[in-house]
Design a protein. Structure first.
Lengths: 370, 234
């Protein structure tokens, strides 16, 4: 096995006050053989882990802080350029070799919005090409716009067509993510917590993903933890919702609105979920709860979808109510503590949109109640 | 026998016409007096109804990337007074005093400072003291009373004046005059006004070299606090 070491002397340099920052633990990148039985090469990053991104030429791009490194197919490491700007979430377009960084910064004005999104494009030399969003809080909060909902970009994925897909959250409907990222006056075509931004910064489609409680006629919270663009443009997401998750007809767990037909006391469901959106983000192919398996991360099979994987966590609350729905599981029951899952999902089939449940009879429309 | 009904009809018609005209005239005067009151007042523009009340957009011809800015009212007192001209029964509004707004914030468009209008200023913004002085509002035309829509900083109905605004833009050591259109919208409840001005932005005179300074138009919004005094109208 070939191994290499990437030093990080900056981690041990004293800061302006003469203090030496505590160096973090080392990170590593491994290449596993195709039969998954041996390690071909290993690269150790001193004092900190690196993000890894496969490139079309077979090499791997690694980012540690603002520094880039390339690892070729033999495990040899070469230094790359230093990034002019970076951010918390990174994506690499394997075709154009452009890098994208998304995240948020906090406005220091004391006025809403506090959390402001940004999306940077950086070229292969580390030079910044453009900024999408990046409005300061005071600007989007002016009387003429009032886009005061906190709104960070939480992840970026790049499809094989070169288009970006973003996920973000917002604590209200009046989010700046509903506008085009280059012109605050232009609304995005559909707009929302998951959007698709092309090279031109246009947002051709976007959707708001929320749960819905028909018994009280209110939307409910959903968190998106991971997202992956399938080769056909469809977008898979995993996440969690408190309650009122709207499932599709053929959901793996019987949908609440089906149970409610025969049991008026049936409770709306929540918990971890897995959903596939159509390419225009206007509908879903399938939307399921995934009891027992929260924190799922997504990776494409044979499509270079690798990114930092973290072990999933057992969903403690919902595992008590629903058994796992994984078929032919090697371990059929929750083993206790934290279990890891590897789930292969067949994404073929016809679209199967969800039926948004009607308001429960006997409960007046919220607008009428007021 | 046949002539009498015709005379009666004519009489009725004339009577109705006269009363309608009298009614319209009386109503119009009352309405105009109200509008005169609404558009009259002295406003201290060193005060701000809320932080970041000034909102500016610079658009450049042929570019899809405008620049967005915000700021505050900083100084000046401006007064407006509406007077009814007895000859044409129209309201004429006179204005005196100038006021200044300052641009204090720009967007963090890293990598695009050469693309967006005025982007070079955004990089060294604090030292520039970017100000716009509104000196005169002339050729005032009263658009009438319209129902308030949208902007929540002002309530009730709005009396809108269509004006030509003139003033200066100051960026660093440079200054340049501007002239454009301005809508002044006075609230009939809060004794304050909204300004919506659009004018060709004198970019080249302010140091934007070459194509970067050409074809820029500015849109500026601000609002006043309630009037510090109001003239006696009636």
């Amino acid at each position: 096995m070939k191994s290499a070491l990437v030093p990080h002397p900056e981690a041990l340099k004293p800061d302006a006050k003469g203090r030496v920052r505590e160096a973090g633990s080392d990170g590593f990148v491994l290449k596993i053989s195709a039969d998954q039985r041996s390690v071909v090469w290993a690269v150790r990053f001193k004092h900190g882990a690196a993000n890894i991104f496969p490139r079309n030429d077979g090499s791997v791009l690694c980012r540690r802080g603002d520094n880039l490194f390339y690892i070729d197919h033999n495990g040899s490491v070469t230094d790359g350029p230093t990034l002019e700007i970076s951010g918390s979430n990174m994506a690499l377009d394997p075709k154009s070799v452009a890098m994208y960084f998304g995240g948020s910064y906090r406005s220091a004005t004391g006025l809403e919005p506090y959390v402001n999104p940004y999306l940077y494009k950086v070229d292969a030399n580390g030079k910044q090409v453009w900024t999408a969003y990046g409005w300061t809080g005071p600007i989007v909060g002016v009387d003429q716009l009032r886009l005061v909902a906190d709104s960070p970009v939480t992840s970026i994925r790049i499809g094989e067509d070169g288009k970006l897909t973003l996920t973000a959250w917002s604590d209200g409907g009046n989010t700046v993510l509903g506008q085009q990222p280059y012109d605050l006056r232009l609304p995005a075509k559909c707009g929302g917590f998951s959007s698709s931004t092309s090279e031109t910064m246009d947002v051709p489609s976007f959707t708001r993903y929320v749960g819905y409680l028909p018994t009280s006629d209110i939307p409910t919270l959903i968190n998106i933890y991971d997202m992956y663009r399938l080769p056909n443009g469809e977008v898979a997401v995993t996440g969690g919702g408190w309650t009122g998750f709207v499932e599709s007809h053929d959901a793996w767990v019987p949908p609440w609105y089906v149970e409610h037909r025969t049991d008026e006391f049936a409770m709306a469901k929540g918990g971890p979920f897995f959903t596939i959106f159509t390419p225009d983000l206007n509908n879903v192919r399938i939307a399921n709860l995934t009891p027992n398996a929260s924190g799922l991360r997504l990776a494409g099979r044979g499509h270079g979808g690798a990114h930092d994987l973290v072990p999933g966590q057992v969903d403690q609350k919902w595992s008590r109510r629903f058994p796992t729905n994984i078929r032919h599981a090697v371990q059929p029951k929750n083993g206790g503590g934290r279990d890891g899952y590897v789930v292969l999902v067949d994404t073929q089939g016809t679209p199967n949109p969800p039926a948004i449940p009607n308001k429960t009879s006997g409960v007046a429309d919220k607008r009428q109640r007021n | 026998m046949r002539a009498i009904p015709i005379q009666l009809l004519l009489l009725l018609f004339v009577t109705f016409s006269v009363s309608a005209a009298e009614k319209k005239k009386a109503f119009s005067v009352t309405e105009q007096e109200k509008m005169m009151e609404h558009v009259s007042g002295a406003f201290d523009m060193s005060r701000n109804p809320r932080p970041y009340i000034v909102y500016m957009i610079l658009d450049q011809q042929g570019s899809r990337h405008p620049s967005f800015w915000c700021g505050k009212n900083v100084e000046g007192k401006v007064g407006f007074k509406g007077q009814l001209d007895v000859l044409d029964e129209k309201i004429h509004v006179t204005q005196n005093g100038a006021f200044t707004v300052q641009i204090t914030n720009s967007a963090r468009k890293y990598g695009m400072f050469d693309t967006i209008p005025g982007g070079v200023w955004a990089q060294k913004f604090a030292a520039l003291n970017f100000r716009i002085i509104f000196e005169t509002f002339s050729e005032v035309a009263l658009q009438g009373l319209t129902q308030f829509k949208g902007d929540r900083s002002i309530a009730g109905n709005l009396v809108t004046l269509d004006t030509v605004c003139r003033g200066k833009v100051l960026v660093g050591e440079r200054s340049a005059p501007f002239a454009g259109k301005a809508l002044l919208k006075f609230s009939d409840q809060k004794e304050m006004f909204l300004l919506h001005a659009t004018f060709p932005f004198p970019g080249q005179q302010l140091g934007l070299a070459g194509a970067a300074g050409e074809g820029i138009s500015a849109t500026i919004y601000t609002a006043s606090t309630p009037a510090v005094s109001r003239p006696e109208i009636r």
